[in-house]
Design a protein around this ligand. Sequence first.
Ligand SMILES: [Zn+2]
Length: 201
Amino acid sequence: MPSLRLETNPPVAVARPRPAPLRDRDDSDPERRAVELAQRGRIILDVSIADLEAAEAVHGAFHPTAWHFRNACHEAQRSWERLRAELGTKTLEAALSRPPLVIVPIGEDPNGRGLPRAVMIVINGRTYCLERIPGTPPAPVQWRLTRPHPPLENGPYYACRLADGSTQCDCAEWTYQIADISDPRRTHCKHLAALASLGWI
Ligand SMILES: [Zn+2]
């Protein structure tokens, strides 16, 4: 039987309390403010790029609608550069890699439950549109994740919680890196980690 050794010396360093999660902090907290500005700015910029691409595809580059969205896109780019100058590239990138803090609702739930049809959040520096889709008995919780303007990237991705409580995603990170490790069903890719941080999966 292993003997129990009593600790006689006092601990050398007292463990520091964990900092409160960003969303529980006051609006004036500088770290929370930086993450909010960075994630909101990234969403606005990505949406304005997607709007411009869509307007050019539908109307051509010289139509007034395309001009309107081009101006909006330039303005979003200028704001983004101002934010980079204000915060510094390092802080900006660190803020973008934090769990999603800014949630931008889009449209209305067709079932009229007062919920948005979809939401936009930033996952690892990239904007995603998330839609909760009807679940099935084997996979009761399901989300579709799309990029507003996917440059050479596949998608949409489907992230779900299965009936046994485990999670899975069909992205490359989950399929090729996580599926090979010891307990893939309980390890998160970036998409599942974002959903889990929001308590949505
Ligand atoms: Zn994934």
